[in-house]
Design a binder for this molecule. Structure first.
Ligand SMILES: Nc1ncnc2c1ncn2[C@@H]1O[C@H](COP(=O)(O)OP(=O)(O)OP(=O)(O)O)[C@@H](O)[C@H]1O
Ligand SMILES: [Mg+2]
Length: 355
């Protein structure tokens, strides 16, 4: 096995909860998000990598060094929590300089480094303040600066934006993206927010009951989940069908309809058919071009969620979830029971051969 971070066959027992047989590799400078239902073991996983839980079995190798038995402070890993965990009695400057002071004794050098990172994270004007006088977004930037200043080999973040409001979260996400890319930091980031995954991560780990269900690129996990559990967690339409034609395109019979996909699968195979809700367009009249899948159905359910509208469209024995905006649906004058066309591209339809 080779890779920058190698987590191999890790088992951790914590009273009634266990994480079991966790194996994955992270490349240098990669950005990996960890998702999964609450209580699935995401925090325990990152805390185990950080050295806060001792595995019963398994190995953790970081940049060629076996760190499995090293104490947390010897691992060269930075960690950022949801609740910032800053030292309240110290100024922002001292919080940021904390880890650096253990390595560098020259005062002017420390000053220069702290100023540089504070400038990068736009908190230079806060250096003299105490953390309790700062907003959540400011505190989280201090926590990031404190973690990054020592140039850790690995940065672990456990729901770093979840206590922040929407705008602060969006700004901080952009800042994190820029800074970790500039610093070349390798990141593992636990989150419940798919926006984090889409805008930051290249790969995703999906955890469930202490195990990894899927570890793949964002594109694969969100478009071709490996099992029903991941599919329901990433909120994608899943149907079962059989391939009835295969050439430059694949046609799958699903219930009473035929669905065209660009994925290549041989005739006769049973497949799972995936289509993301936001890739489906709802139309009142039959569209003339662009879509190679156009199916007629009726609106079975409408539910407003924030500024989006979740729509369920029934087509015979199949029900597909779609996402629209109240504006679009309002302008189409649609309501429960309305007859509609749903349209999607064959390139958005993913197939997975059933074993
Ligand atoms: N120190 C501990 N000792 C015993 N059990 C623990 C300990 N820490 C966590 N647990 C339990 O392990 C399970 C997984 O916890 P964990 O905090 O890793 O979940 P999580 O996936 O991070 O959830 P969330 O999304 O809610 O943060 C939970 O049932 C929790 O109660
Ligand atoms: Mg957690």
């Amino acid at each position: 096995m080779s890779g920058f971070l190698i987590v191999k066959n890790i088992h951790v027992d914590l009273g009634e909860f266990k994480i079991e047989d966790i194996t994955f590799i992270v490349d240098e400078k990669d950005y990996v998000c960890v998702i999964g239902p609450t209580g699935s073991g995401k925090t325990i996983l990152v805390e185990t990598i950080a050295g806060l839980h001792k595995p019963r079995k398994g190995v953790i190798i970081l940049d060629g060094r076996d760190i499995t038995s090293l104490p947390p402070e010897k691992r060269n890993i930075g960690i950022v929590y949801q609740d910032y965990a800053l030292f309240p009695h110290m100024t922002v400057f001292d919080n940021i300089a904390f880890g650096l002071k253990k390595r560098i004794s020259k005062k002017d050098e420390i000053l220069r480094e702290v100023k540089a990172i504070a400038q990068r994270l736009e908190i230079e004007h806060l250096l003299h303040r105490k953390p309790t006088t700062l907003s959540g977004g400011e505190q989280q930037r201090v926590a990031l600066a404190r973690a990054l200043i020592v140039r850790p080999k690995l940065l672990l973040m456990d729901e770093p934006f979840s206590a922040l409001d929407f705008n602060t979260r969006t700004r901080l996400r952009k800042l994190v993206r820029e800074v970790v890319s500039e610093y070349g930091t390798t990141v593992i980031h636990v989150t419940h927010d798919f926006e984090d995954v889409w805008s930051l991560a290249r790969k995703v780990i999906v955890m469930y009951r202490g195990r990894i269900l899927q570890y793949d690129t964002v594109e694969e996990v969100f478009n071709r989940p490996c099992c029903e559990l991941v599919a329901s967690f990433v909120d994608i339409n899943v149907m079962s069908g059989i391939v009835v034609f295969s050439n430059d395109k694949t046609i799958v019979r699903v219930g009473d309809i035929e669905i065209v996909s660009k994925d290549r699968v041989c005739e006769g195979h049973r497949v799972k058919v995936f289509i993301r809700p936001e890739r489906i367009l709802i139309s009142k009249s039959k569209p003339v071009s662009k879509f190679d899948n156009v199916v007629r159905g009726f609106i079975e359910d409408l539910e407003r969620q924030g500024n989006i509208l979740r729509v369920q469209v029934r087509i015979g024995s199949i029900c597909l979830k779609c996402i629209s905006t109240p504006n679009v649906l309002g302008s189409l004058d649609l309501e429960l029971g309305s007859s509609v066309y749903i349209c999607f591209r064959s390139s958005d339809v993913r197939l997975l051969v059933e074993s």
